[in-house]
Design a protein around this ligand. Structure first.
Ligand code: FMN
Length: 260
């Protein structure tokens, strides 16, 4: 097996430009939707089924349930409640998959951004959901990584309520001096969802290399950030690799052209 430092991550070259372009646009409209007008309609559901087949990195899988989400969420005082929820997806990974959290984060966020593109609201969940509802969709040897409630959002403009740290708080050096692609990638990470909205990511840029790290690197939040970086930098020729320590990711891009 090639050492982590040299092996290309699974998402390197995996997604096509039209997909990444769609997802880059969807980053601005995605939000964690907890109030639904109703379920996704038949054509949205068919497109989601198609997306679930297409976006999963090897070893991960997304299963959809077109009904039965009414008892998916466990109401807890810390989290806001859900309204009008009927549909959900389950993000699954093989039990022995190395870096399962990271890969599930990439696949799941590709699905979430495709949903946003289709006008379907979604919300990542790893906490207050009923495990039995999720496990019902798992196959033997698969672990449930997260569930994602789905449906038509009550407020399609919910993204305006997102709260985020200043970009400089996520960056170890001033992003104003970074190459345009690196700045765009970092800004896309800033807009990403994270558990408890912790925004755990730390980024730095040296030359043509952007580094992504976090205190407990390798979880779903980091995979989500990877997908946002990959979508934001779709127009640049780029290479991904793990840092020498295996606890960070490096994205190198060629500043061959600029897009406004
Ligand atoms: C990995 C992950 C796990 C999450 N788990 C839960 C959860 O268990 N319950 C919940 O209500 N929201 C959950 N969320 C949603 C976050 O609270 C939400 O993404 C964050 O507050 C930012 O929301 P926004 O993107 O709409 O600004 C989770 C998000 C992520 C990325």
């Amino acid at each position: 097996m090639i050492a982590d430092g040299r092996a290309a991550p699974a998402w390197q070259g995996y997604y096509r430009v039209p997909q990444l372009r769609r997802w880059q646009r969807a980053i601005a409209t995605r939000f964690s939707c907890r109030a639904f007008l109703g379920p996704a309609d038949v054509s949205q559901l068919a497109a989601l089924e198609y997306a679930a087949q297409r976006v999963c990195l090897p070893g991960t899988r997304i299963a959809l349930s077109a009904r039965g989400a009414d008892s998916l969420v466990i109401p807890v005082p810390l989290f806001p409640g859900f309204k009008g929820l009927q549909q959900y997806a389950v993000i699954l990974a093989h039990r022995d998959l190395p870096r399962a959290g990271l890969l599930a984060g990439v696949s799941g966020e590709a699905f979430v951004l495709e949903a946003a593109h289709l006008g379907v609201g979604s919300c990542w969940m790893t906490g207050n959901y009923r495990r039995s509802r999720a496990r019902a969709l798992a196959r033997e040897g698969e672990a449930v990584m997260a569930v994602i409630p789905l449906g038509k959002p009550l407020d399609p403009h919910g993204a305006k309520h997102r709260t985020r740290r200043d970009l400089r708080a996520l960056c170890q050096d001033d992003p104003a001096g970074w190459p345009h692609w690196a700045y765009k990638a970092a800004e896309a990470v800033r807009q990403a969802p994270s558990a408890l909205n912790r925004q755990p990511w730390r980024m730095s840029c040296a030359g043509n290399t952007l580094r992504l790290a976090s205190p407990r690197f390798g979880g779903i939040d980091d995979g989500i950030a990877v997908m946002h970086m990959e979508a934001a930098a779709f127009a640049w020729k780029r290479t991904w690799r793990f840092g020498q320590d295996g606890r960070s990711l490096l994205l190198q891009a060629e500043e061959t052209h600029d897009i406004a």
